[in-house]
Design a protein around this ligand. Structure first.
Ligand code: ADP
Length: 265
């Protein structure tokens, strides 16, 4: 092999591409006196291949933010991008297709189909799209999820932790650009929850999967690469390489910063 100059050139500084971005997003529920501004000029960028946790007090806008990023709900102002696609340029039908083809979802309630086996639940997004699972990828996923011996079982025959791992398999089977997880460990005991979080971590490290997880649990958030904190509909802080202690301290700071009574002249 010829040694070229190129081989001695310093490696370029990697700039992680952005998987999704919210720019000055405003979302208001209701009208008039009862209107609630759930997102108040919220801006955040989700780096591709990273595991990002979204935290904040109850009612701070976490669910609204991920619904906006996933194109599940319309917004009143601002822009949302998935990769390079500006969601505001899409029709409702195109947004549905984008969600189906480019995004994956894991919810607190596992939302599995009771009459289907674990394997059929995992491959459901492909079945609905008229596609077949790639055998090698299905095997790898099932192995990573530790579900090899449970594939023929129906959800009712599985533990909560196993059901949630099936739901994660279903979210990943179509190799989505981005997976949204909304309190994925909310219905799990701490041991199953920890196993699931380790799996999500592994999915980012070994598969390069981008994951955005809403959680209220500092221990869960500590599994992420980065935590962004919402308060009153805005991103107010963030931590890289978080620990549960630093997450707790940041959350405590947010509560101190939020007076119970509005301070108005
Ligand atoms: P979080 O996920 O942080 O608990 P949400 O995004 O669910 O917060 O809610 C943010 C704010 O918007 C809250 O005040 C909530 O009551 C309000 N909200 C959320 N969804 C609706 C809705 N469909 N209709 C009216 N208000 C809503």
């Amino acid at each position: 092999m010829t040694v070229t100059d190129q081989q001695f050139a310093p490696p370029p500084q990697p700039v992680p591409p952005i998987a999704a971005r919210a720019v000055d997003v405003v979302k208001t529920y209701g009208r008039g006196e009862t209107a609630v501004r759930a997102l108040d000029s919220a801006s955040v960028a989700i780096a591709a291949g990273e595991f990002t946790a979204v935290m904040g007090p109850s009612g701070s806008g976490k669910s609204t933010l991920i619904h906006a990023l996933a194109g599940l709900d319309g917004i009143d102002a601002g822009r949302v991008f998935v990769g390079g696609t500006d969601l505001s340029t899409l029709t409702e039908r195109e947004r549905t297709l984008l969600r189906r083809e480019r995004l994956g979802f894991v919810f607190q309630a596992f939302n599995l189909i009771p009459a289907l086996s674990a394997a059929e639940n995992i491959t459901l997004p492909l079945t609905l799209a008229g596609k077949r699972a790639e055998r090698a990828w299905m095997d790898e996923l099932v192995h990573m999820l530790g579900l090899q011996d449970r594939l023929d079982h129906r959800p009712g025959q599985l533990s909560g932790g196993q059901q949630q791992r099936v739901a994660v398999g279903r979210a990943l089977i179509a190799r989505p650009e981005l997976v949204f997880a909304d309190e994925p460990t909310g219905n799990l005991d701490s041991r199953s929850g920890a196993a699931l979080l380790r799996f999500l971590r592994q999915a980012t490290c070994t598969l390069g999967q981008t994951i955005v997880m809403v959680t209220h649990d500092p221990v869960a958030a500590a599994h992420a690469d980065r935590v962004v904190f919402l308060a009153d509909g805005r991103i107010v802080d963030e931590l890289s390489d978080p620990t549960a202690e630093r997450v707790l301290a940041t959350l405590a700071g947010l509560d101190v910063a939020r007076p119970d009574e509005p301070v108005e002249a």
